[in-house]
Ligand binder design. Structure first.
Ligand SMILES: *[C@@H]1O[C@H](CO)[C@@H](O)[C@H](O)[C@H]1NC(C)=O
Ligand SMILES: *[C@@H]1O[C@H](CO)[C@@H](O)[C@H](O)[C@H]1NC(C)=O
Ligand SMILES: *[C@@H]1O[C@H](CO)[C@@H](O)[C@H](O)[C@H]1NC(C)=O
Ligand SMILES: *[C@@H]1O[C@H](CO)[C@@H](O)[C@H](O)[C@H]1NC(C)=O
Ligand SMILES: *[C@@H]1O[C@H](CO)[C@@H](O)[C@H](O)[C@H]1NC(C)=O
Ligand SMILES: *[C@@H]1O[C@H](CO)[C@@H](O)[C@H](O)[C@H]1NC(C)=O
Ligand SMILES: *[C@@H]1O[C@H](CO)[C@@H](O)[C@H](O)[C@H]1NC(C)=O
Length: 508
């Protein structure tokens, strides 16, 4: 790999001429902070890349379906139940009593619990079905720093134990079990987990149980989480597990870049999930899709599927913009993400798995990604390790195939791709198209092992195992319904010499 191909943008211009860009333009809600930390030059590129989409009727199907929001005929304010918003008084009981009272409205269209301006200290509390928890713009729900206010609950069946420690785990600050029709929203009110005490306990190994999430909903459907800021989660911020019909929209998630495992949003063994227009700046993965851990995840067998992600902006110090796994033993499929804007981060896209996980990751379509100052743009790790116990079945190999990554622009990229499958279990149909990375480090930009697939318009030129050029055609590569990506011409081989060589050579 002698040639460090210069980045140029002719390829996008070509796609730009495709029809349907307008439809998509209309759909795009102006994201909150798309410009944060991204240089002007990149923004211009981003605009070009975004327009490269062909509109698709099916692409955001379940996002639209999820947006009808119930209006509640009844509403109470948490102060009616004795809550005091002074930041000092513990309000756990007030939240619990208010929600208990609102149960009687469940079959009358549900009810709203309003949290007015103030600082509302509380321990963990549980929601009910047909409830809207609504925060004023100056309302801050604050998690207690007393761990006894976060009760211990059973481990998730698909994990077999707490994620960090054997046994149970602390219940999330806002918890839900077996619910339907729940809305958690506000005019950008804040839910602050005061996680720093938990991070200290974690770092100095004085915890007895796995740390809690800010919000966890289990076995729930028709969930909307929107228009809020989540701060300083002790662990992952938003964790829908065994859920369906979940919309997370227009939320900001913040935690110090060095805080441990403060993932943003982790859909876990859940389907029909839509995440859009979020700004996430945390210590770990912005979004991580999961589905259970080794033998527990395999036997629980609940996949994550039909997950759509649009317009995520942010940074992570030790994680990725979008991660799949490492817990993926129930399977992960039909994942579509576009509009990722990532800066100052360790990884852009990351797939993590291990022998012992079993399961699969397939039918993944990631596109329209702009990265600035990212150490490793694309990383696939087949030997992640990290097992719940010694009883995992090392012969349970994960099946990883049909992963398409296209329309990626990166500047200040350390390594373009570190793509490592499992020996004897190659990951296949890994397809890269129109991936233009400005690599800064003076080492080989791609490193691939036990990986097979295709590439088209990839600069710097991809590693050899992804250059299945003669047989290159769309049947192997996963494409979004209704979208025929540049270079992946349905059903016919592509002449890569024409596509690849000309735009790059003319730059010189
Ligand atoms: C879950 O909710 C359904 C319907 O509301 C109810 O019939 C069932 O008993 C609940 N299960 C549990 C474990 O709470
Ligand atoms: C996002 O939330 C802010 C305040 O929380 C609101 O002003 C804005 O309209 C919301 N945007 C969308 C697309 O909902
Ligand atoms: C919401 O609040 C957060 C934290 O204060 C802020 O960073 C963000 O810009 C706000 N979002 C909107 C849409 O106003
Ligand atoms: C661990 O951190 C907590 C929270 O900061 C602190 O109270 C405790 O003294 C620390 N324990 C040790 C052994 O360092
Ligand atoms: C978020 O806030 C915007 C602006 O106030 C509002 O139009 C939208 O309906 C809210 N979203 C949800 C899901 O509540
Ligand atoms: C995913 O969405 C498709 C199209 O709506 C649907 O046919 C399929 O059943 C969904 N799969 C899951 C697991 O929800
Ligand atoms: C790529 O890197 C070179 C040298 O570091 C720089 O001059 C050029 O502007 C960069 N291009 C982009 C699109 O960032």
């Amino acid at each position: 790999m002698k040639r460090r191909a210069p980045i140029r943008f002719r390829p996008q211009e070509r796609i730009l001429s495709r029809e349907g860009g307008r439809e998509r333009e209309r759909e795009r809600v102006s994201p909150m902070r798309i410009s944060t930390a991204l240089p002007v030059a990149i923004l211009i590129i981003a605009t070009i890349v975004q327009s490269a989409w062909t509109a698709s009727a099916t692409h955001s199907f379940h996002c639209k379906k999820l947006k009808t929001r119930a209006s509640r005929p009844h509403s109470v304010t948490v102060t009616e139940f004795g809550a005091v918003g002074d930041g000092v008084t513990l309000n756990t009981l007030a939240f619990q009593n208010a929600i208990f009272y609102l149960q009687s409205f469940a079959n009358k269209g549900g009810a709203q619990l309003f949290v007015p301006a103030g600082r509302w200290l509380t321990g963990s509390f549980s929601l009910i079905s047909h409830l809207t928890l609504s925060l004023d713009k100056d309302a801050v729900i604050i998690g207690s720093t007393d761990s006894f206010e976060w009760p211990i609950i059973d481990p998730l069946p698909s994990y077999g134990r707490g994620r960090e420690l054997p046994g149970g785990r602390h219940q999330s600050l806002i918890h839900g079990y077996n619910l339907t029709d729940v809305v958690i929203t506000g005019e950008n009110g804040t839910i602050d987990g005061q996680g720093s005490v938990w991070w200290d306990w974690f770092n100095n190994r004085t915890l007895d149980y796995t740390r809690p999430h800010l919000i966890e909903l289990m076995y729930s459907s028709e969930v909307i989480i929107s228009n809020l800021t989540f701060k300083n989660s002790p662990f992952w911020a938003i964790h829908p597990v065994y859920c369906s019909q979940v919309l997370v929209q227009n939320v900001t998630i913040l935690a110090p870049l060095d805080s441990p495992n403060t993932d943003g949003i982790d859909p876990d063994s859940s389907n029909n999930v839509c995440i859009e227009d979020c700004y996430i700046r945390t210590g770990d993965d912005l979004i991580s899709i999961k589905s259970g851990w080794d033998e527990y995840g395999i036997s629980f067998a609940r996949p994550s599927a039909n997950i759509t992600i649009h317009r995520i902006t942010g940074s992570t110090k030790s994680g990725a913009g979008i991660a799949l796994g490492s817990e993926m033993s129930g399977g992960i499929s039909d994942i579509k993400a576009d509009g990722l804007r990532l800066s100052n981060s360790l990884h852009g896209i990351r797939i993590k798995t291990s022998p012992g996980r079993g399961g699969y990751i397939r039918n993944v379509y990631l596109s329209d990604i702009v990265m600035t100052d990212v150490e490793i743009a694309i990383r696939i790790t087949g030997e992640y390790g990290d097992h719940p116990d010694e009883w995992y079945d090392a012969a349970a190999l994960p099946l990883i195939n049909r992963i398409t990554i296209r329309d990626v622009v990166g500047s200040d990229i350390g390594v373009a791709g570190l793509l490592e499958g499992i020996q004897g279990d190659s990951f296949s149909d890994i397809c890269l198209s129109n991936v233009l990375l400005n690599v800064t480090l003076d080492r080989s930009p791609w490193k691939c092992s036990d990986i097979e697939g295709y590439s088209n318009l990839v600069r710097p030129e991809s590693c050899e195992p992804l250059r299945g050029e003669e047989t290159f055609h769309s049947a192997a590569c996963y494409v979004d319904d209704g979208l025929v990506p540049q270079g992946f011409v349905r059903g016919q081989p592509v002449d890569l010499n024409v596509n690849v060589a000309s735009p790059v050579e003319t730059e010189k």
